[in-house]
Design a protein around this ligand. Sequence first.
Ligand code: GLN
Length: 251
Amino acid sequence: MTAIRVGHLYPDYLNIYADRGNIAVLARRAALRGNELRVDALGMKDAVVPGEHDLYYIGGGQDREQFLVAENLAAKAAPLVEAVTAGGAALLAVCGGYQLLGRGYRGFHGEDMPGVGLLPLETVARERRMIGDVLLECELEPGVRRTLAGFENHAGRTYLDADAEPLGRVVAGFGNDGTSGYEGCRLGRAVGTYLHGPLLPRNPWLADWLLAQALAHRAGGEPAELEPVDDALELLAHDVSAERARTRGGR
Ligand code: GLN
């Protein structure tokens, strides 16, 4: 049995749309493979120590909550960037958390929030919110195409640097900025996305991808394929969500 160590950043502030459900999915899917997920809350007073966690998780929030944590998070930038880039820890950032992992976010009322500077992007909120179901096509491993279904609700427009790798191509919905045709950002074992809902219950392949990356961080070496589990219900949820995105996404 391997203990997969998760650092959950600001669970008391960033948990809109039950984003915490993503952690429940990771815990369950780790247990089904005989492993254990150990989750530490990393709040205002806690330090990020490279090497202590195999996977970092940060959820979404309203501008108000983001503003409350932004400076504290930016002060943890150096160890967090080191843990993910040099250290090879995995990371999942959702919506408000995704925005704060870039260089910065200017909120709806013009408030400037510093970012971590891990992901090569920046975000500015504009008048019209981008709300609805989303469907993406992703290729995290060359030649392996998968779809990701979820829900987005953001005023922020996220602009990726020219050399940044998006998480996926928008099949239906708005995505990063409503015009680029791309959603999210991927940097090695780190993934940022606007998809809530929560994201992982209806996209089990991404949960397993993250677990495999976290296990590789723990054990060293390359990520190994996880044993398949019965995903019949999860795939049904994915298909319902995908169909909603195709018929009503991006309005
Ligand atoms: N407050 C941010 C925005 O509106 C993020 C919202 C969210 O996490 N759903 O863009």
